[in-house]
Write a protein that binds this ligand. Structure first.
Ligand code: MCU
Length: 411
């Protein structure tokens, strides 16, 4: 099945001399020197032309493209906005601005949502399963249905993400309701289109009377390809309180640089170069970087960084090489440093356990899931100091393999 990891890839032969640093200059339309406003903060916008230089380490999340380093939480708000722009430009495609109109109605066990923009409209439905009682309840938006165990007292909103953007194969580009609305040539890959869909679901919740859901307590989850998608939704939609990507692997919680190093070490693991041919999760703008990953001004520790200071729990599997367990471990331990800098290290956790099938949640991780759900969706006091793996340390990677920067304390 297309969902069974393990596509055959030939590992690259070991190289003795490192390739020379590459430098690429890219230009996108825009006006350098203008500013954008993030909440109360005014930020300098991303220059339209950036000189990309090869960096084999995970890029410093605290360093602006200008070279300045973030010192305060206010700086971080601007750096976060810059990172968001970088991901849109080089990997995921653009998140459209808020559409002109979103209307919604709730009946039976379904929310019907209509979105109109620029003279076009689409409608889609979201399945609703409410717990017993009167609420308001926390809710989890589940890509393709729940794959983690359903927590008690939490409403489940089933998101048919494939209806918004298809992910059948590498030939599915531009198919789905997002593209009906914005055109089949829109730069957003499927994951950005789904994140847009999640935002419309939350718009709808804000407008739907009679639905007992607490808008301050919304989570998002999905497994595997849908876990990659759930991470992107948490990264781009700040109304999400808790993001739980499960076994998202390379292209999700994994870092491109570490996955490339794994393949080079002979592990049959998924890399950027493979992933863009397999499916349409990313923007076509990413294609030109998949064989020169070191020039990317980010890696996926910085996709996670967009979630901070909101809560993130990475659920992962050490038993499947294709998912890149060493990559996820190195990447997300690094991502935790952003929460450390913001003074909330326990709002981000990593739980990696092997010896189970892909997307089959092992009972040994139940406590980790409960700790995050109970704190961030139910407002209880729990211990979420959870960064653990039962493997994923076998390739000799250490922090200094990937990190050449220090963690500031943002004032
Ligand atoms: C881990 O997610 C993907 C993986 O990226 C693909 O290479 C594989 O084909 O399918 C996985 C998946 O979505 O499994 C359900």
């Amino acid at each position: 099945s297309q969902c069974l990891p393990g596509a055959t890839t030939t590992p690259a032969p070991p190289t003795t001399t490192p390739p020379p640093p590459t430098s690429t200059t890219t230009t996108t339309p825009g006006n350098p020197g203008t500013t954008t406003t993030t909440g109360p903060t005014t930020c300098t916008s991303l220059p339209s032309s950036i000189n990309l230089t090869a960096n084999s380490k995970l890029p410093d999340p605290f360093k602006f493209i200008s070279g300045a380093r973030t010192a305060t939480k206010v700086d971080w708000a601007c750096r976060r906005e810059e990172i968001s722009q970088l991901f849109q430009r080089y990997e995921l495609g653009a998140m459209p601005p808020k559409p002109q109109s979103v209307t919604a109605s709730y009946s039976g066990s379904q929310i019907s949502i209509t979105v109109s923009d620029n003279g076009k409209s689409i409608s889609f439905t979201v399945g609703v399963s409410l717990p017993a009682g009167s609420g308001p309840f926390p809710a989890i938006i589940a890509y393709g249905g729940m794959s983690i165990p359903t927590p008690s007292g939490v409403a489940i909103l089933t998101f048919n993400n494939d209806d918004i953007a298809a992910q059948q194969s590498g030939s599915s580009r531009g198919q789905g309701k997002f593209y009906t609305l914005y055109g089949s040539g829109h730069s957003a890959g499927a994951m950005m289109a789904w994140a847009w869909g999640v935002s419309r679901i939350i718009d709808a919740l804000e407008k739907t009377s009679g639905l007992p859901i607490n808008l301050q307590r919304i989570g998002v989850t999905g497994c595997s390809r849908n876990g990659k998608g759930a991470l992107v939704a948490g990264a781009f939609e700040t109304r999400i309180a808790l993001t739980i990507p499960q076994e998202s692997g390379s292209g999700g919680a994994g870092c491109w640089r570490i996955s490339d190093a794994m393949l080079k070490a002979g592990v049959n693991t998924q890399t950027a170069s493979e992933i863009v041919g397999e499916n349409v999760w990313f923007s076509t703008s990413f294609n030109q970087y998949v064989n020169q990953v070191p020039v990317l001004p980010f890696d996926h520790h910085m996709l996670s960084a967009l979630v901070a200071p909101r809560a993130l729990l990475i659920i992962d599997n050490t038993g499947i090489d294709w998912l890149g367990p060493e990559s996820v471990w190195g990447c997300q331990k690094t991502a935790n440093k952003i929460w450390q800098a913001l003074g909330v290290p326990d709002s981000m956790g990593v739980s990696q356990v092997g010896n189970h099938n892909h997307c089959a949640f092992p009972s040994s991780e139940q406590g980790d899931l409960d700790a995050f759900v109970n704190k961030f969706l139910k407002g209880q006091s729990t211990n979420t100091n959870i960064i653990k793996t039962d493997g994923a340390n076998n390739l000799g990677f250490v922090d200094s393999t990937w990190i050449d920067w220090t963690v500031p304390t943002l004032s």
